[in-house]
Design a protein around this ligand. Sequence first.
Ligand code: DC
Length: 204
Amino acid sequence: MIIAIDGPAAAGKGTLARRLAEHLGLRHLDTGLLYRATGLAVLEAGGDPADAQAAARAAQALDPARLADPALRSERVGAAASVVAAIPAVRAALLDFQRDFAHRPPGAVLDGRDIGTVVCPEADAKLFVTASLEARAERRWKEAVARGEPISFARILADMKERDARDANRSLAPLIPAADATVIDTSALDADSAFAAALAAIRD
Ligand code: DC
């Protein structure tokens, strides 16, 4: 069984994906971490995330062991991830890893931006998890404050708006719901209600 969960940053899809995977006995992959790890590798090498060749090399050399690095969570790395994610050679280099992960028994929950549309269009269930820009920025800001990252709400809001536009407007694998996805808006839902709505959609 493969479950695809797509949506913009901080819509709650990560928490939901982890919970669904645990509940259904499936493996879980946060595919944003692949783009974050690629962005971080370029930054660490002193490169520019917009440099297509450097970013593609980093994606091809990606070590899955690095996906657990807490440094991937920072806003700086998130911004670099969004830039490398618009480079076709980066997306191509990360595709096989995602598909192999999805198809290994007993199946998996993958969350990202293009799982239902590009990575696993054959998924058994597709969810598009979204929330208002303000609700998502507030969640990210609280997480940054909890990590001790000195960043203002206004800055997070502006960065998120910019990242949404980049993710939605890129020509390859843009952020759009698959035609057969169930949309779940979590602006006014807590984690338990979002989980119940997702489970109901999957059982349908
Ligand atoms: O979900 P996230 O914030 O960790 O994702 C970081 C960036 O990676 C995001 O700006 C878009 C990109 N991404 C993507 O293009 N496709 C995916 N399947 C997952 C993430």
